[in-house]
Design a protein around this ligand. Structure first.
Ligand code: C5J
Length: 222
């Protein structure tokens, strides 16, 4: 085992062993980052999310080169919506609701074109793809069991959105005992102030949820 240390991580150095660490890319789906998807139906400017694709792609390429485990998640519901609690579908006044037909197929439904991961970050053979009906990657999935079986102890998070699915997943992971780090420039929000606040609140109090670092800091150690 070779231990790498990101000396300049926040709030203090983060050490990880590549063979026990997974890179988790949360919900980099067309539904969130392209016009006509779930994110835009809620009234959001999706270009804010598109801007991180190059940084996520660079991290992903470096992690693949190093031979680390890659996990992609998708926020996805079954076509019959049995896994979509009615309040999730009915809340607010979006232009289209989950399951409605939009320009990229049915909104947030597994198998529809809009539910795919963006082509720049498409999974390759051997990478895990976890469909999740909730905001957190551990809710109603077998992710924890699979990570345990694979001997994974450390998780690096990227993806969208910082304060919703990324933060929820990292909090769930932290409660299950994983040592977590969020890649600052590999995650984004429709609300830049929420992005900043989420990073600050997770790393405050001695890393109450975990660490943060830039993709450059991580890549330097691979
Ligand atoms: C949201 C997500 N924002 N992936 N999902 O509903 O963050």
């Amino acid at each position: 085992m070779t231990t790498a240390t990101i000396a300049t991580a926040t709030p203090y150095p983060y050490s990880f062993d590549l063979s026990r660490t997974a890179l988790v890319i949360i919900d980099m789906q067309r539904d969130f980052v392209e016009p006509g998807g779930f994110g835009e139906t809620l009234g959001n400017d999706v270009s804010l999310l598109q801007s991180i694709i190059p940084a996520v792609a660079a991290m992903l390429a470096g992690w693949r080169r190093a031979g680390g485990l890659v996990i992609h998640t998708r926020e996805a519901h079954a076509p019959d919506l049995h896994d979509c609690p009615p309040p999730k579908r009915l809340r607010g006044a979006p232009s289209l609701r989950i399951g409605d037909k939009g320009p990229m197929g049915r909104i947030l439904i597994a198998g529809e074109p809009g539910n795919d991961i963006v082509p720049e970050l498409a999974p390759i053979e051997g990478e895990w793809v976890i469909d999740k009906p909730g905001k957190g990657a551990f809710y109603a999935t077998r992710l924890h069991e699979r990570l345990q079986a694979a001997g994974i102890t450390h998780l690096l998070f990227m993806g969208v959105t910082t304060e919703v699915c990324v933060q929820t997943s990292m909090r769930e992971a932290n409660d299950r005992g994983y040592e977590c780090l969020i890649v600052e420039d590999g995650t984004a929000s429709y609300f830049p102030e929420f992005h900043k606040a989420a990073l600050a609140m997770m790393t405050a109090q001695g890393g109450i949820v975990g660490w943060s670092a830039t993709s450059g800091m991580v890549l330097k150690e691979l």
